[in-house]
Ligand binder design. Structure first.
Ligand SMILES: CC(C)(COP(=O)(O)OP(=O)(O)OC[C@H]1O[C@@H](n2cnc3c(N)ncnc32)[C@H](O)[C@@H]1OP(=O)(O)O)[C@@H](O)C(=O)NCCC(=O)NCCS
Length: 336
């Protein structure tokens, strides 16, 4: 018999930059069309950060303040920060310490950085869950935040990638759950490094004698590369697999899910997954139309919106799932 505690999500919040970038604006920058983007990805618009105003850390802080407020807590109540991003403010240190500073947290609490790209938030959530379960911490802040727009090739050469990604942040506050059978039931994490180069930013990589010089010479490789077809092929298999794994572990069927919050990779991927899982429209949350793919921020932004819109109620069975660069994939099953 396990004596471990269960974790609940006590608060959730999100922040997106004010600047809305419609597909029509991208038509001015590269050879693309609103129709192509909508048909292949479902995306109508995304947010791009404002230089001098938004940073990966301060967007994470905005989302965190909202999550803490919903949980009825103050920044100084946080005992551990876990920050997931592929677009940190600096190469080092990670954005976790910047978030700690931004929130004005007085105690020298630990700040942990997670870099598992589109699966980053669920990986981070699972880490936070372990710390709560073992009793090491009572209040853990888990954040996903991304600024993609400053790192995209916005010329025609980069169009297959740059139309997809957007900026934003989401956060949750984890606390011990006092309601029997509620909270995070299980998390499931996977990786397959043989596909590491299928969705990648290579430069500036560390394994060169003079990485800065090589990066300057290989400027194209400082932009993301994606083998879109292969990512798609694996995503539509791994999403249902990892969702079913979570359901099976807890003795549930797909029809028991009240709300599936998939990582907002691409609307076509979500539709595939929905079809395979035989879920009705009102049990699958999508907001990629408005934000594009915000990587580590996409699941907490979607969760925050779904909760805000009253689409997730106490007692609902909520499944989070993600797939992305690595390849990595993950799920979490929650009795809300
Ligand atoms: C990226 C993706 C939308 C591309 O769609 P696709 O149907 O595979 O399209 P292809 O890459 O085969 O490209 C088809 C054509 O459209 C062109 N194209 C690519 N991007 C374009 C754009 N933004 N606008 C217009 N045309 C574009 C290509 O150059 C290609 O032209 P060609 O046939 O003359 O060579 C699709 O592969 C995909 O969704 N993959 C998964 C991506 C994803 O979800 N990533 C996030 C994972 S976390």
């Amino acid at each position: 018999m396990s004596t471990l505690r269960q974790t609940e999500i006590a608060g959730v919040g999100h922040y997106v930059p004010d600047r809305v970038v419609m597909n029509a604006e991208l038509e001015q920058l590269m050879e693309t069309t609103d129709a192509w983007i909508q048909e292949r990805t479902g995306i109508k618009e995304r947010r791009w950060f404002e230089e001098g105003k938004d940073t990966t850390a301060n967007m994470g802080a905005q989302a965190s303040r909202r999550a803490l407020e919903q949980a009825g807590l103050q920044p100084d109540d946080v005992q551990l920060i876990i920050f997931a991003t592929l677009s940190p403010d600096y190469i080092f240190p990670g954005s976790g310490v910047l978030l700690q500073r931004e929130l004005g947290i007085k105690d020298n609490i630990p700040a942990l950085d997670v870099r598992n790209q589109c699966s980053g938030f669920i990986y981070a959530l699972s880490v936070g869950d372990q710390f709560i379960r073992t009793g090491m911490y009572d209040t853990v802040l888990v954040v996903g935040s991304e600024i993609h727009s400053s790192g995209l090739d916005k010329s025609t050469r980069g169009r297959a990638v740059s139309v997809i990604f957007g900026d934003g942040a989401g956060a949750v506050v984890l606390r011990p759950c006092t309601r029997e059978g509620h909270g995070i039931l299980s998390t499931h994490l996977h990786a397959q490094g043989e596909f590491a180069e299928e969705l990648i930013v290579k430069e500036p990589g560390s394994n060169r004698e003079d990485r800065v010089r090589v990066a300057m010479e290989n400027q194209e490789e400082m932009y993301p590369y994606m083998n879109g077809t292969n990512v798609f092929k694996h995503a539509v298999v791994r999403f249902p697999q990892v969702i079913n794994e979570a359901l099976a572990q807890n003795g549930f069927q797909p029809q028991d899910i009240d709300m599936l919050i998939p990582h907002q990779a691409n609307l076509r991927i979500t539709q595939f997954v929905q079809q395979k899982m035989q879920l009705p429209d009102d049990k699958v949350y999508s907001n990629i139309q408005r934000y594009g793919n915000t990587t580590a921020a996409s699941v907490p932004i979607a969760l925050s919106e779904a909760v805000g819109e009253g689409k997730i109620k106490r007692g609902d069975l909520v499944c989070l799932a993600a797939f992305g660069s690595g390849f990595t994939w993950a799920s979490a099953l929650i009795r809300w």
